[in-house]
Design a binder for this molecule. Structure first.
Ligand SMILES: Cc1cc2nc3c(=O)[nH]c(=O)nc-3n(C[C@H](O)[C@H](O)[C@H](O)COP(=O)(O)OP(=O)(O)OC[C@H]3O[C@@H](n4cnc5c(N)ncnc54)[C@H](O)[C@@H]3O)c2cc1C
Length: 331
C-alpha cells in the first residue's frame, strides 16, 4: 500500500503554492469523493493531500445582484441558509437536498460537488482495463457492456460517463460562475464553460489547471416573478443518483414565456444546459404543445447504447413534467 503525505494549509496562498509545486498533490475538502476514489476504489492516486477544509472560504454573502457561495460551504449549510430561499433560489436548496445523504451533505463541500467524479462503474473499477477517462486510449468498456447510469448527451463511443451532480444542474440553469484562484491570480469562468465534453480526451473534465483552487461560486439572483423547480427522477426516493433530473426557471407574462432556463442531469457527460429547448420556449405560449416541442429539441440527436435507450423517452417526459409543474399548466 502506498503512503500519502497529509498537509494542512495555513491559508489560501499556501494551499495553492503547495499543490502547484507538486504534480502529485491534490486538495482535500470534505473528502467524500477524493478518499473514496483513492482508498476504496483505488482508481485515483495522490502522493500528497493538502487539506483545505478549515480555510475561510465558507458561508454566503449577497454582493449587489449576486449570491456568493464560499467553496468550502457544505451542502448541508447551503441548503439550510435562509438567504437561498429568500433570494428565490429554492431550486438550489431542493437540488442539494435531493443529493447524497444527510451525513454526506454535512461533509461535502460546494467546490467538491462541482469536481465530483463520474459514478460510471467501469471508471470506478480498477480491474476494468478499458476506460479512456482513467487510461487514455484504452477504450470505453461502458459502450460495449451493460450501461444504465450513463450519458446520452455529449457522449460518444469514447466515453458515456455521466456527470452526476444535482447541484450543478440547478447552478448551470442559473448562469452561475466559478471563482478560481491560482498561482497567477484570479479568474471567473461561467459554469457552462467550466466543463469540457469528453471528445477525444475524456480524461480532461474541466478547465481547472493543476494547483488552481475554486474559491467561490457566484449565482446571479433571479428576477422577481420567476418560478422554478428542481425535479429528480431516480430508482428510489432517497440516497440515489438521478436517472434524469431537470432544473427549470420560467418567467411567464400573460400566458407567454418571457424567459426560460432549463438544465438537465442524469443525461449529460457534463451538467447539461438545454439551450435548444430554451429557444423553443421563449416567446411561445405556455402550453403542452410548446413543452413537448422543447423536449424534442433537446433530444434530437442522443447517443445511446442498449442500456440507455430508455432515457430518451424518460428525459422527454421529465422535461414536459417540470415545465408543467413550474407553469401550472395541467397535463
Ligand atoms: C455515496 C455517495 C452518494 C452521493 N450522492 C450524490 C447525489 O445524489 N448528488 C450529488 O450531487 N452528489 C452526490 N455525491 C457526491 C458528493 O456531493 C460529492 O462527493 C461531494 O460534494 C464532494 O465534496 P467534498 O468536499 O467531499 O470533495 P473532496 O472529496 O474533498 O474533493 C473532490 C475533488 O475536488 C477537489 N477539490 C475539492 N475542493 C476543491 C476546491 N475548492 N478547489 C479545487 N479543487 C477542489 C479535490 O482535490 C478532489 O479532486 C455522492 C457522494 C457519495 C460518496
Amino acid at each position: 500500500m502506498s503512503t500519502v503525505e497529509y498537509l494542512r494549509a495555513g491559508d489560501v496562498t499556501e494551499a495553492i503554492a503547495l499543490v502547484s509545486a507538486d504534480p502529485d498533490a491534490a486538495y482535500l475538502a470534505g473528502g467524500t469523493t477524493q478518499l473514496d476514489l483513492m482508498l476504496k476504489d483505488g482508481v485515483v492516486e495522490a502522493g500528497t493531500l493538502v487539506d483545505i477544509g478549515h480555510l475561510p472560504l465558507r458561508g454566503t454573502e449577497i454582493l449587489g445582484d449576486t449570491l456568493r457561495i464560499g467553496a468550502l460551504t457544505t451542502m448541508a449549510e447551503l441548503a439550510a441558509d435562509p438567504v437561498v430561499v429568500d433570494q428565490r433560489l429554492s431550486l438550489v436548496r431542493d437540488a442539494l437536498l435531493a443529493g447524497a445523504s444527510p451525513q454526506l451533505r454535512n461533509m461535502a463541500t460546494i467546490g467538491g460537488n462541482l469536481l465530483q467524479r463520474t459514478r460510471c462503474r467501469y471508471f470506478r473499477d480498477r480491474l476494468v482495463p478499458s476506460c479512456n477517462k482513467r487510461s487514455p486510449g484504452s477504450g470505453c468498456a461502458a459502450v460495449h457492456g451493460p450501461a444504465r447510469m450513463h450519458a446520452i448527451l455529449g457522449a460518444d463511443r469514447n466515453c458515456i460517463a455521466l456527470h452526476a451532480s444535482d447541484l450543478c444542474v440547478a447552478l448551470v440553469a442559473l448562469d452561475a460562475k466559478v471563482g478560481i484562484q491560482g498561482p497567477d491570480g484570479q479568474r471567473s469562468v461561467a459554469l457552462t464553460e467550466f466543463y469540457v465534453l469528453p471528445g477525444n480526451s475524456p480524461d480532461v473534465e474541466n478547465v481547472l489547471r493543476h494547483g488552481e483552487l475554486i474559491t467561490h461560486v457566484d449565482v446571479p439572483l433571479p428576477t422577481a416573478g420567476i418560478r422554478s423547480e428542481y425535479l429528480k427522477v431516480r430508482d428510489r426516493a432517497s440516497y440515489e443518483f438521478a436517472l434524469i433530473s431537470a432544473a427549470a426557471a420560467l418567467v411567464i407574462e400573460d400566458g407567454v414565456i418571457a424567459d426560460a432556463r432549463l438544465a438537465l442531469g442524469g443525461v449529460g457527460t457534463v451538467p447539461w444546459r438545454a439551450r435548444e429547448a430554451e429557444e423553443v420556449l421563449e416567446g411561445a405560449p405556455a402550453n403542452n404543445r410548446t413543452f413537448r416541442a422543447a423536449a424534442e429539441a433537446v433530444l434530437r440527436d442522443p447517443y445511446t447504447v442498449p442500456g440507455t435507450e430508455f432515457k430518451v423517452e424518460l428525459a422527454r417526459r421529465t422535461i414536459v413534467r417540470i415545465l408543467q409543474n413550474v407553469s401550472g399548466v395541467q397535463s
